[in-house]
Structures are given as structure tokens and as C-alpha cells.
Design a protein around this ligand. Structure first.
Ligand code: ADP
Length: 597
């Protein structure tokens, strides 16, 4: 029965652990198991030493009755029994000092090992996630993604890896204890197996399915709660405007009370095994006592067996309890294995990760017969599109919402991959391995500018260590993007924090941060995506001026705009409809059409 039980969960978990952890951790695992085992053996030895020490202290004549102890007494030159006993007591204390120091060190090494396994898995998963394309992020909830690589690896090592190691070493320690006791009295072993083993199996059967349910439920609710909390905080303005705090808090509270219930039950369930095992052991003791009353002839054999049974049970019970908790944990956290395995599935990334910008762009960019359909889309969002943009040319793209403007920009940025056709640079199709180099050349000013919760340095010299920031370049970029005044007015200048998502900046200022970022990067191609649609007239004027100033530099520009004035500096303006370009105009032609209408 027990074998069957172990085969099912523990062996399959060992197999999974083996397939998940990295080779250099596998080597360490043997050492960790040996150390845990060593700790267990020290524990047993410490306890086993109590009996002989007590025999010597209570009856010092025993010192000379044992040939071994007597020879130690003589060889160390002791003259009085008392002095020898003090020496024995100090040794006894030193054994415990060593045992506990070793146990602390083992716990430290064990945690270090377990956290380094988790950290490595987490980093690998994070790396894999970042190798996915934009489509993947559009389709997955970000809270789930973060939870999967931030918490699951730690769940894996705390609730699967360590319990498996503990279980294995406890089994060995248990065998050592049982063998040691059997040398004294084989009947005690029989008695222990008859009483404790069934209660162990029954308790495990009782808790295993519940544990699995509780842990799965706790994980589900935890994800839900994080999601709801983020949504309510991020949606602060709408929640307030619709006066729906109570509704959102209500949903949160409901799930939280479920979480509280499940957690309480799970915690209580973990305590039950030790209680049941203790009850079984004490029942055995009571039955033996009762039996001596019923049959006085059995008294002598029971009086020999009972202390040994109590002593053994005293050591074996916590061990069984730890095994049950480990088994419960292994069962309860099985769901983590699949999440980790999925997260570790290699995601091909053929892009050159270096910062080199070897890709040369000297003449033109060309969309040749590009078609794209979203996986969940019903028709083509970009339909056999052809477009050639000369280096240094400024093109505008207009068209109704849903006509495919953002999609072609994402194709240009290589975040979406066309199903047919291709993007050519100077007559050379961009290959997958060149995508990173290609993106080095592009600056993207989009509608919702991503702002780091940091200062101007971090936001403009994006991802550049502070001591490597080129101050002169930064200053000229600030002027070009008209951010210099904003920086001057900020209390700490360039060191001023602009808040999570740029909450301390106006919409126009956020756009200008994105412009400055693109300029600092020395992007040769600038993409503005509906950059001015959400701005007031004054800010729009400023942005248009920034674009105008940048236009004087030899930058190639793609400007998707709602407001026609932003397109003033464009050499040509294309109109899109249903994923196709349906016309090319000059700014004057467009302005005239609008006036006529
Ligand atoms: P625009 O930027 O001109 O407003 P888009 O490029 O965003 O238009 O969208 C073009 C078409 O593709 C629209 O019909 C839109 O519904 C569809 N679309 C955009 N994003 C997705 C998506 N993630 N999944 C499915 N269809 C999408």
C-alpha cells in the first residue's frame, strides 16, 4: 500500500524535479540529501546518548563496570568519579552544541540551495517570456505571467523540492531508528508498525485530496485577488467616476473571504496528522496499561517494552509528521509542475542580442506585398500592401480607425510577422536574426508612452546606467524635444521623479519624453502613432514644433495622425482603408479637401 502510494506521487515528482532543475543543481542535490541525512543521524545520536549518560550519573559505579568507559577514565588520567562525570556532562553538552550548530548550517545550505534553484528557474522563465512575440502578450494576462515566473519557481522549491528531500532523508533516518530499536527489542518494532503505520496511511488518505483542492484553490484565488487589486487601482479614475468602489471592493472582499476560508482549512488540515498519530500512540500505551491490569502476568514483559516504545515513538512521531506534511505538500503543489514545465519550454529567439547596429540603412524601406491577419481576426488587417519610403522622407498615414495603421507599424517594428510579403531595407529583406538590430534604428512615440517610475535620466537614457549617460547629448535632446523647461521647473531637475506611468507629467510632456528617448537613442527612423490625438491645442502646437525641429534632422519619419496639422511637414500622406493604401496626397491637397467639406 505504502509502496503504491510512494510510487504514484513521490517517484513521479522526483522524475519531474530531475527534468526541471539545471545540471549544476543536480550535482548539489546529492550533497544536500547527504547533509540532511547527516543532520537526522546526529539527531538520533543526540537522543541515544541520553540513556548512557543518565546511567552513569545516577549510578557512578557503572563507570567501572563497562570496560570501554573504564579505559577512557584511565587513559585520560582521571582520579575521581565526580571529575569524570563533569567531563562526561561537558562532552554531552558539546555533542548537542555541535548537533545544533550543524543543524543550523544544514538549514542554511538547504535554503540557499532551494532559493538558488528557484531563482535560476525564475530567471530562465523570465528570459523565455521576453522571447515571445507581441501576440503572446496580447493573448496572456500579465498578472498570470508575472505570477508564473515570480512565485511558481519558489513554490516549486519550497513545496516540492525540499519536501521531497526531507521525505527521502526521513525515510532513511526512520529505517536507522527502526533497525537500532530492533537490536534491543524486536517486539517493539512489531508494535510500532501495527499501531503507527495504519494511522500514517489513513491520515494521508484523509488529507491528500483535500490538500490538493485547497492549494489549487488558494492559487486561483490569489491570482484573482492580485488581478482585481491591480484593476481597481489602475482604474481609479473610472471607478470613482462611476461611483463603483463598493462594487469592486465587494468582488475583492468576496474572493478574499473565500481565500481566508480555504487558507484556514488548509492550515488546520496540516495540523491534523500529528494529532492523529499522537492519539494512536497514546492509545497503544493505554491499551498496554489496561492489558497489565487485565493480565498481571504480562506486566513484566510490558514494563520492559513500554519505555522503549514511548522513547521510540517520541522520536518517530515527529518524523512521521514531517513525512506526512512533506507528502501533503508534494500532493498539494503538483499543479506547479506543469506551470514550470510550460514556462521552461524553450522559446526560439534568433535575434542577435548584442547592441551592435551593423544593419545598414542607406536608401529606402519597402513594404512588398505585405499581408497580415490576426489569429483571432476574421479578415486581413493588412492586405497586399506596397509602400516605399526613401531615407529621410517624412510620410503621414491617415485613415479611419481600424483601417490597419497600427498593424503596419507593428509589422515595421517586427512585433508582428506578416503571413506573406516582407519588409525590405535597401533591397534586402530583414531576417529574423536582424530584427534586434533593426529596432535599434527606430524610435517609437506611441499613444500611451511607457514611463518608468524613476527620474528624467532613467526615462530619457532608457536602460543606460547613470554613470554612462552622455550629459551633452542629453542636454541637446532636451532642447530638441522642448523638455528643458519642464526639467528646469522640476524641483530636482533631471533627478526629479516623474512617477509611475508619468503621473506627474501632462500628456504632452509624456509624449515629449518619448521623443527625447528616441533622439537620445539616435534613432534614424521615427514613428509617431496617433501622437497628437489626445492632446490639447497648446500641447499639440508644442509637439508639432518638436516634430518640425526634428524634421530638419535627416530622420525618416512615419507619422500616424488624427489631427491634420501634425502632418504639415510630411512629404507625402497616404490614406489607408481596409488594410490597403487607397491614395497618396500632399498636405495642401488634404487641407483643401477638409476645407471644402
Ligand atoms: P488602426 O490603427 O488603423 O485603428 P489597427 O491596425 O489597430 O487599426 O486594426 C486593424 C484591424 O485589425 C481592425 O479591424 C482591428 O479590429 C483588427 N485588430 C487589431 N488588433 C487586433 C488583435 N489583437 N486581434 C484581432 N484583431 C485585431
Amino acid at each position: 500500500m505504502k509502496k503504491f502510494l510512494l510510487k504514484n506521487i513521490v517517484f513521479s515528482t522526483i522524475k519531474d524535479i530531475n527534468s526541471i532543475i539545471l545540471p549544476h543543481h543536480k550535482k548539489k542535490i546529492v550533497l544536500i540529501v547527504m547533509l540532511i541525512l547527516f543532520g537526522g543521524v546526529l539527531d538520533v545520536l543526540g537522543l541515544a546518548a541520553i540513556l548512557p549518560v543518565a546511567t552513569l550519573v545516577f549510578d557512578p559505579t557503572n563507570i567501572h563496570k563497562s570496560a570501554f568507559i573504564h579505559s577512557v577514565f584511565i587513559n585520560l588520567g582521571f582520579e575521581s568519579d565526580h571529575a569524570f562525570l563533569y567531563f562526561i556532562l561537558i562532552c554531552f553538552w558539546l555533542i548537542f552544541l555541535f548537533k545544533n550548530a550543524a543543524a543550523s548550517l544544514i538549514s542554511y545550505l538547504q535554503s540557499k540551495f532551494s532559493y538558488s534553484v528557484a531563482a535560476d528557474i525564475s530567471q530562465k522563465q523570465f528570459e523565455n517570456i521576453m522571447n515571445h512575440d507581441l501576440q503572446y502578450f496580447n493573448e496572456h494576462n500579465s498578472t498570470n505571467l508575472v505570477r508564473n515566473f515570480q512565485f511558481m519557481p519558489f513554490h516549486f522549491s519550497t513545496y516540492l523540492l525540499l519536501p521531497t528531500l526531507v521525505l527521502m532523508s526521513e525515510i532513511v533516518v526512520l529505517i536507522i531508528i527502526l533497525v537500532a530499536i530492533s537490536l534491543y527489542n524486536i517486539t517493539v518494532i512489531g508494535l510500532m508498525i501495527v499501531t503507527l503505520a495504519p494511522s500514517f496511511i489513513l491520515t494521508y488518505k484523509l488529507i491528500k485530496s483535500r490538500t490538493q483542492f485547497y492549494e489549487k484553490e488558494r492559487n486561483r484565488l490569489n491570482t484573482e485577488l492580485t488581478k482585481q487589486a491591480y484593476q481597481t487601482i489602475n482604474g481609479y479614475i473610472d471607478v470613482k467616476l462611476f461611483n463603483k468602489e463598493r462594487y469592486f471592493m465587494g468582488v475583492f472582499k468576496l474572493d478574499q473571504s473565500k481565500f481566508r476560508r480555504v487558507s484556514t482549512n488548509s492550515f488546520t488540515l496540516n495540523l491534523i496528522p500529528s494529532k492523529i498519530i499522537e492519539l494512536t500512540a497514546i492509545s497503544a500505551v493505554i491499551i498496554m496499561f489496561a492489558y497489565t491490569l487485565y493480565s498481571p502476568s504480562a506486566r513484566e514483559s510490558i514494563s520492559i517494552m513500554l519505555p522503549l516504545f514511548i522513547a521510540a515513538a517520541y522520536r518517530v512521531m515527529p518524523s512521521m509528521n514531517r513525512m506526512l506534511i512533506a507528502l501533503g505538500s508534494i500532493k498539494g503543489f503538483q499543479y506547479v509542475i506543469q506551470i514550470i514545465k510550460d514556462g521552461l519550454q524553450p522559446v526560439p529567439n534568433n535575434s542577435d542580442q548584442s547592441n551592435s547596429s551593423a544593419l545598414s540603412f542607406n536608401h529606402y524601406i519597402e513594404f512588398k506585398d505585405v499581408s497580415y491577419q490576426y489569429p483571432s481576426g476574421k479578415k486581413l488587417s493588412v492586405d497586399s500592401l506596397n509602400l516605399r519610403v526613401e531615407k529621410g522622407q517624412k510620410i503621414g498615414i491617415i485613415g479611419k480607425s481600424g483601417s490597419g495603421k497600427t498593424t503596419i507599424i507593428n509589422i515595421l517594428l517586427r512585433f508582428l510577422k506578416e503571413q506573406s510579403g516582407g519588409i525590405y531595407i535597401d533591397d534586402k529583406k530583414i531576417t529574423i536574426s536582424e530584427e534586434n538590430q533593426w529596432r535599434q534604428l527606430i524610435g517609437y512615440v506611441k499613444q500611451n508612452v511607457f514611463i518608468i517610475d524613476g527620474d528624467f535620466y532613467e526615462n530619457i537614457a532608457f536602460g543606460v546606467p547613470r554613470d554612462e549617460v552622455d550629459k551633452d547629448k542629453l542636454n541637446s535632446v532636451l532642447k530638441l524635444s522642448k523638455l528643458d523647461e519642464v526639467v528646469d521647473k522640476s524641483p530636482l531637475g533631471l533627478n526629479s521623479n516623474i512617477g509611475e506611468n508619468g503621473t506627474k507629467l501632462s500628456g504632452g510632456q509624456r509624449q515629449r519624453i518619448a521623443i527625447a528617448r528616441a533622439l537620445y537613442k539616435e534613432a534614424q527612423i521615427l514613428v509617431f502613432d496617433e501622437a497628437t490625438s489626445a492632446l490639447d491645442n497648446e500641447t499639440e502646437k508644442e509637439i508639432t514644433e518638436s516634430i518640425e525641429a526634428i524634421s530638419k534632422e535627416n530622420k525618416t519619419m512615419f507619422i500616424i495622425a488624427h489631427r491634420i496639422t501634425t502632418l504639415k511637414n510630411c512629404d507625402v500622406i497616404y490614406e489607408m482603408q481596409d488594410g490597403k493604401i487607397i491614395g497618396a496626397f500632399t498636405y495642401e491637397e488634404i487641407a483643401k479637401t477638409i476645407l471644402e467639406n
